[in-house]
Design a protein around this ligand. Structure first.
Ligand code: MEV
Length: 440
């Protein structure tokens, strides 16, 4: 085992690669070659990417695809998606086309409130803390004035601060629970800066409160941080149509198909094992757009899954109903997104993705992302309740295996035809290719 290295971050990129290849690779020259192959020839562009994180050694590509024909609130959009999983973009495109002539997708933002908390410990009389907080609240808000000015000009800012007594769940634990409006910014830096200022003011002002005993004046700030659980930053997207228009396959009538979708969703509503996979399919669409537009997909993932458990059991994010002759399918999910600041303006492809989406506001992007999730779920559940998903997956899987095996264009064509009627697996494709090569 090699010994720990100090000062690694100070090495040049080449030196870091040499160290890594020499210490952690069976074939150092090959490791160096692969890493350098992915450097961008444009040194300025490479430098931009190098500086996004620390200790960058190369770039890690994901495909950026586009799903056209999305009619959202009567606007026709092509949605950029960054994702490695085959068939996600194809499924989104299929769903977009299916709903295009049925009125498309309708989406609306229900709320845009973001949350941040100062977590602190106060050992003393809760009534005295409440009185102190009521007195201090205007001063707390005013103390963030130097941070909130430009956000307020854009119509956002710190909306409210609430003192929350959490001592029933943890001894002496209280919070300043704060609501923010951050308009087109995701707002993480803004929120965290405000929270740190609020914590400082709280700590500094406690000793001046004459009702407090000496020990009550010692408020201990534990941490100040935004919450990625944003149940009031919510968006809803929906599709609906008369049942007879749900012609999806000749093997199943439109009504039967609608009933099967409703049943599949009701299973995801009551069965967490299924709900997780159901929602994973939704996140295939959500994450791909979140990533393509330079937003924080980990924040979105954490918040969405927490929301899926809000009623005490992990459940489906989509719902489906049949009312009379109308089939309705909708999604509701929290999304804290930005279209200005952060990577959205730094990463050239994120910027371009936003341009392709016609420079949406954060609210418009919330709607687009929700639609991508709904479309993805519709495509997945439609396949699951009819043909099963393996047919579509295997088609894409076949293309990947053929590429891995170095098949030429002729071989790809012959084997793609062959596997229309035969089961795809890695070994059957290897065998098929070997046989074809022997024959020729
Ligand atoms: C695969 O990435 C996603 C699905 O499993 C989603 C689902 O089961 O609904 C197909």
């Amino acid at each position: 085992m090699s010994s720990p290295i100090s000062g690694f971050s100070k090495l040049t990129k080449e030196e870091k690669i040499d160290w890594l290849a020499n210490n952690y690779s069976a074939d150092p020259e090959n490791t160096k070659d692969i890493l350098k192959k992915y450097w961008n020839a444009d040194s300025k562009l490479q430098q931009l990417h190098d500086e996004f994180i620390e200790n960058t050694i190369t770039n890690f590509y994901l495909p950026l695809g586009v799903a056209p024909n999305f009619l959202i609130n009567d606007r026709l959009l092509a949605i950029p998606m960054a994702i490695e999983e085959s068939s996600v973009v194809a499924a989104a495109s299929r769903a977009a086309k299916f709903w295009f002539d049925k009125g498309g997708f309708k989406a609306k933002v229900i709320g845009t409130e973001k949350v941040g908390q100062v977590h602190f410990i106060y050992i003393g009389n809760p009534e005295k803390l409440k009185a102190f907080f009521s007195e201090l609240k205007p001063k707390l808000i005013a103390s963030t004035g130097h941070l909130t000015g430009s956000m307020e000009k854009r119509g956002g800012g710190l909306l409210d601060i609430e003192l929350r007594d959490k001592t029933s769940v943890l001894a002496d634990y209280y919070q300043l629970h704060c609501a923010f409006e951050t308009k087109d910014a995701m707002g993480a830096n803004f929120i965290n800066s405000c929270l740190e200022q609020l914590a400082k003011t709280l700590k500094e002002e406690a000793p001046n409160h004459s009702d407090f005993t000496e020990s009550e004046k010692e408020i201990e700030i534990v941490m100040s941080i935004l919450s990625n659980y944003v149940p009031n930053c919510l968006v809803r997207a929906e599709v609906s149509c008369p049942i007879e228009k749900l012609e999806i396959a000749s093997s199943i009538s439109p009504r039967e198909f609608a009933q099967k979708i409703v049943r599949a969703v009701s299973i995801a509503n009551v069965e967490p094992h299924r709900a997780v996979t159901h929602n994973k399919g939704i996140m295939n669409g959500v994450d791909a757009v979140v990533l393509a537009t330079g937003n924080d997909f980990r924040a979105v993932e954490a918040g969405v899954h927490a929301y899926a458990s809000k009623d005490g059991q992990y459940s489906s994010l989509t719902q489906a109903s049949i009312e009379g002759n109308i089939f309705r399918f909708w999604i509701e999910l929290p999304l804290a997104l930005g279209t200005v600041g952060g990577l959205t303006s730094l990463h050239p492809l994120a910027k371009l993705s936003l341009e392709i989406l016609q420079k949406p506001s954060a609210e418009e992007l919330m709607q687009i992302v929700a639609v991508a999730g709904l479309a993805q779920n519709f495509a997945a559940v439609s396949a699951l309740v009819t043909t099963g998903i393996q047919r579509g997956h295997m088609k894409m899987h076949l293309a990947n295996i053929l590429n891995q095996l170095g098949a030429n264009e002729y071989e790809k064509k012959v084997l793609t035809d062959h596997f229309k009627e035969n089961t795809v697996s890695h070994s059957t494709v290897v065998e098929g290719l070997q046989k074809l090569r022997q024959e020729n």
